[in-house]
Design a protein around this ligand. Structure first.
Ligand SMILES: C[S@@+](CC[C@H](N)C(=O)[O-])C[C@H]1O[C@@H](n2cnc3c(N)ncnc32)[C@H](O)[C@@H]1O
Length: 251
């Protein structure tokens, strides 16, 4: 059955070692270097890694001096991350912790009580489910950030103009997904793994500004897909800020 897929089930069942990840973190590193330069006196910066998978990226960020909390819906991946990487000394502000949880939950995040300087959602908004889930995700991120806090998102872009395979996938799966540029990512045997949405820049911009963020910057890169290393795809890298106060919520 590939219609009525439940993204949460798809990701809960994924083998942690097979969770797709990007090998290059250069965009994320440049962004974090820039944030750190702007807040030299605030160390360690508190960072929330949403959809952290098996925690490998959270760990690298911790080693760079950030205090990191990683959340993922895949309990096996979170258990692996806790066993391999977690560092939590009582009272030490430089920590690395992991929680299992749904980052697109209507009820908010587990960490609602804590505010973060930076939230990261790498390769997450494209696979989170439907439009409601994307809006919930952004609402949860907004609530989790300090005023003036930063959000970094990477997202898959509509790629039919540079890759005919995507054109075919978008067309073939539209009947079931009922959303343009949403298709099923499959393994080599053709079995459906999860649902992916590819964004236009306008769509991303409007989703993020509607959630209340400002100072939105979107870069588009032509790269290869994490699961299709021989195939061209567009990726968007978004940075934006939570306004200092609701009144400053302007572009
Ligand atoms: C494409 S992977 C990216 C992993 C990691 N961010 C990276 O860049 O290596 C997407 C991750 O999001 C997680 N995920 C999907 N839906 C989720 C949800 N509703 N709540 C929490 N995590 C979710 C998946 O389990 C998976 O680990």
């Amino acid at each position: 059955m590939i219609d009525n897929r439940n993204s949460r089930n798809d990701w809960q069942q994924f083998a942690p070692e097979n969770i797709p990840s990007k090998s290059s973190m250069s965009q994320l590193e440049q962004f974090l270097d820039s944030v750190s330069r702007q807040l030299p006196k605030k160390q360690p910066l508190r960072l929330l890694d949403l959809g952290c998978g098996n925690g490998a990226i959270s760990k690298q960020l911790y080693e760079k001096g950030f205090s990191v909390i990683g959340i993922d819906i895949n309990t096996n991946a979170i258990e692996a991350a806790q066993e391999s990487f977690a560092v939590a000394d009582e009272g030490n502000p430089h920590e690395l912790k992991f929680f299992a949880g749904d980052i697109a939950s209507e009820k908010g995040l587990l960490t609602d009580a804590q505010l973060f300087d930076v939230v990261i959602g790498q390769l997450v908004i494209s696979i989170i489910g439907n439009v409601d889930d994307r809006n919930n995700l952004l609402r949860n991120i907004f609530k989790s950030l300090e005023p003036d806090g930063w959000l970094y998102l990477s997202a898959s872009g509509i790629s039919d103009t540079i890759n005919n395979q995507y054109q075919q996938l978008y067309d073939a799966d539209y009947e079931l997904t009922k959303e343009r540029y949403t298709y099923f990512s499959r393994n080599k045997k053709g079995e459906v793994l999860y649902t992916t949405h590819h964004f236009s820049e306008t769509e991303l911009q409007s989703l993020i500004s509607q959630a209340g963020f400002n100072r939105i910057e979107i870069k588009c890169n032509r790269e290869v897909s994490s699961r299709r290393p021989d195939e061209a795809a567009y990726f968007y890298y978004v940075t934006c800020r939570k306004p200092t106060s609701p009144l400053s919520n302007k572009q």
